[in-house]
Design a protein around this ligand. Structure first.
Ligand code: PEP
Ligand code: MG
Length: 763
């Protein structure tokens, strides 16, 4: 190899090695080649698989606009033949030669001679390199040798460059097409299956982007802090009012605690300390949050750690106040687009309680949050407001796009983003089951009746005062189950007797005119109280909960019972004891009740003895204690949710074992039927069912067949169940139940249930 050829190879190799831009490298290489060969032009064509043509990749001597635009046949013309046959073609007197017309009239017009050399990698042609001269003379051996020497490394360079270009084109094309469906997972806070459009809500992460800035005047920053604190206080009072409009039980609750936090000496000290370090206020707030986040994370207590969210909320409000003072943003955010988005599913990194309260709740379909846990305040609020919410969804912000179609399945905490048709079809029945009727026919709060005239009482399950209007709307006959625990969960301190009484009184007074069944505080397990340390329990569902918790905490039980008893003068009240396992527990609860009555009498506080007392039938042991317990109570309410959980030892909140939570298992039906039979032997005593089973129109025949004449459910389920009942005759219900009781497994019962439902026009 001549020194000249070596030099050319070295030069081109340097260009190749030194470039990060494939086309720029090629452009320099062809320029160098034309220069060395002393020709007027040098071009590289590469075979494009998709187009089936040779496409110009680089040129020296022609306009750069030809690159990628000049395309040649891969079989005809000088370059086509060279490529196709992998032959060197050295053509002179162009125009006079036959057979190369395409080249001569096209890209090569004006050239007198062309030397074309195939570019090959591993024996396969990948393109053509050519030299062109305006001269008609054949291009000489010196240039030919140079081209031959350089063609192999150039071919590899072209081949690699094309491959990576194709890969990035493919990627771009993929980005342009609709992204695929993906499924993300988190922890469901509430129940339900909903579908909606993704709406992004920014939150306290705004603090993350604040960069370190120093203040020239520390005193000015301190006074800005004071101003921001007072704006934040006003804001919190406003929020407290907004919250109490939505949640009467929340007054003096979360936001009252936030007001206290705004005066918390440690918080104030921390911010002032950061200001002393000459940080600007915004950065000082970020420093404080970062420090606290670090400290809280190290604590081995979930509830304490989740109080960090409250701290953040408060600091974020101070930050927003600073922004407002600086006129950067207007408060409160109007969230107009959220209101106009159809069924929005809010996607956020972390939702703060104050943000949740400000959302247009009536329009909201659900919430997906990247962080948060079961016991956070915002989770409790979502649960009380019955907004489907999944927390801890890693990758939500990165994978969900604005307006994406999202299905939230709160039975297992899955979020189906951009669901395919099959996925939507799969969720169809669940979406219909959980959809709340948009138009409710004028409901009447009267007894429902079977086709043969047997009256069935349908009550409503509620947790909050703001649900009271639903009773009338959906035609509930009173409150069949008032879950009192939520007002205790959304506060930071145990509410006083008077606070409890005020809330309970509203429920009794406005509870649909019929009776109200007030269930005594049922906490523990998945329902923690922020101010009680339940400790770490390996089996919380079998732990310190329900009656056990209350009996061991008379300081909570006594004022609670007094508050409930005081409501008996305002309407017909049934008092319901949760999770009673045996006679002993019942008698202890009754003793506490007698004591509460005695206390009221002593204090001259009115109450009526005209209330009914009942137990929830949820713990299997109670089945064998029921005959004795019935001597001491007026009614039994079957809590099928917990009953099934404990009958099958299957965690009702664990998505992995949902398949084992078999509501229509013959064993469940046998227990229900026998409890009904037992109660029926005691004149004047009644039995009802208030678990989720009651709200399923397909299963109601079993319950009527078992003898149940009182069911309580989410109010919006009442119209569907009422309609189903009107299609049924008691004898048919008894018949299907007796057949179901003889089955061996739930699958048989479910098939039977669907056949029955179809035959009776229930589906
Ligand atoms: C039940 O267990 O069926 C019930 C109604 O109570 P909760 O769902 O509140 O535990
Ligand atoms: Mg229960």
């Amino acid at each position: 190899m001549s020194a000249e050829q070596l030099q050319l190879i070295r030069d081109v190799s340097q260009i190749i090695a030194g470039t990060t831009d494939f086309h720029e490298g090629l452009r320099q290489a062809v320029a160098r080649l034309a220069n060395f060969a002393q020709t007027d032009a040098c071009n590289i064509f590469a075979y494009d698989n998709r187009r089936g043509q040779l496409v110009m990749e680089a040129t020296y001597g022609l306009a750069q606009s030809c690159v990628h635009r000049v395309q040649l046949s891969a079989q005809e013309g000088i370059n086509g033949v060279c490529y196709d046959r992998r032959e060197i073609l050295n053509v002179s007197n162009l125009g006079e030669e036959e057979g190369y017309g395409q080249d001569v009239e096209g890209w090569a017009a004006g050239f007198g001679s062309v030397l074309a050399v195939p570019l090959q990698v591993g024996g396969r042609a990948i393109g053509v390199l050519n030299l062109c001269s305006s001269d008609s003379q054949e291009i000489g051996p010196r240039a030919l040798n140079m081209v031959l020497a350089i063609s192999a490394p150039l071919a590899v360079f072209v081949s690699n460059g094309r491959l990576s270009e194709e890969a990035s084109e493919h990627e771009k094309a993929q980005q342009k097409t609709e992204p695929q469906e993906i499924m993300l997972r988190g922890t469901a806070i509430t129940g339900g299956v909903v579908r909606g459009r993704a709406y992004f809500l920014a939150g306290s992460e705004a603090l993350d982007t604040i960069t370190r800035k120093y203040a020239s005047d520390v005193e000015a920053e301190k006074s800005l802090f004071q101003k921001a604190l007072s704006v934040a206080r006003e804001d919190t009072i406003e929020l407290q009012q907004e919250a109490s409009k939505i949640l009467a039980e929340a007054d003096a609750g979360i936001f009252y605690a936030h007001l206290l936090l705004l005066d918390d000496p440690t918080l104030l000290w921390r911010v002032n300390n950061a200001l002393e370090r000459r940080f600007k206020l915004r950065f000082a707030l970020k420093v404080v949050i970062d420090e606290m986040e670090e400290e809280f994370r190290r604590l081995d207590n979930e509830i304490v750690r989740e109080r960090l969210a409250d701290m953040k909320d408060v600091v974020f409000r101070i930050y927003q106040a600073v922004e407002e003072i600086d006129n950067v943003t207007q408060r409160p955010k109007k969230l107009k687009s959220l209101r106009s988005t159809k069924r929005p599913i809010v996607v956020t990194r972390e939702l703060l309680p104050s943000q949740l309260i400000r959302l247009p709740l009536a329009n909201l379909a659900g919430i997906v949050s990247e962080s948060g846990g079961m016991t956070s305040h915002v989770a409790i609020l979502a649960r009380t407001l019955q907004i489907p919410m999944v927390v801890g969804v890693k990758g939500a912000l990165a994978n969900i796009r604005k307006n994406d179609d999202v299905i939230l399945d709160c039975s297992d905490g899955s979020c189906h983003v951009r669901p395919t048709r099959q996925v939507v079809k799969h969720f169809g029945p669940a979406l219909r089951f959980h959809a709340r009727p948009k138009v409710v026919p004028a409901a009447v709060c009267e007894l429902s009746a079977t086709a043969d005239g047997t009256p069935i009482r349908l009550g409503g399950n509620i947790s909050l005062i703001n649900e009271l209007p639903l009773l009338e709307r959906y035609g509930a006959m009173g409150v069949g189950l008032y879950r009192t625990e939520f007002m205790f969960m959304i506060r930071n301190l145990y509410p006083t007797e008077d606070e409890q009484y005020n809330v309970f009184r509203s429920v009794v007074k406005d509870g649909g005119g019929s009776s109200v069944t007030i269930r005594i505080l049922d906490v523990g397990g998945d329902k923690p109280l922020p101010y009680v340390n339940f400790g770490r329990e390996d089996n919380p569902a079998l732990g310190w909960r329900g009656m056990r918790f209350l009996l061991s905490n008379p300081q909570y039980l006594a004022p609670h019972l007094r508050a409930i008893l005081r409501t008996t003068v305002h309407g017909r009240v049934n008092i319901l004891l949760p999770m009673v396992a045996d006679l002993d527990e019942l008698l202890l609860a009754k003793k506490a009740l007698r004591q509460a009555e005695a206390d009221l009498e002593k204090g001259g506080i009115p109450y009526s003895r005209n209330y009914r007392l009942g137990v929830m039938f949820e713990v299997p042991s109670a089945f064998w204690a029921l005959p004795e317990m019935l001597e001491h109570i007026d009614f039994v309410s079957i809590g099928s949710n917990d009953l099934i959980q404990y009958l099958f030892a299957v965690d009702r909140g664990n998505s992995r074992v949902t398949g084992w939570f078999r509501q229509f298992h013959p064993v469940v039906l046998r227990v229900i039927a026998q409890v009904c039979e037992l109660v029926a032997r005691h004149p004047g005593k009644t039995v009802s069912l208030c678990g989720e089973m009651a709200g399923n129109p397909l299963g109601v025949a079993f319950l009527i067949g078992a003898g149940l004449r009182h069911l309580s459910m989410n109010p919006w389920r009442i119209p569907g169940v009422r309609q189903a009942i009107s299609q049924l005759k008691v004898a048919d219900c008894q018949d299907i139940l007796s057949r179901a009781l003889r089955c061996n497994c739930d699958a048989e019962v479910v098939v039977m249930m669907h056949e029955f439902a179809e035959a009776h026009g229930l589906e």
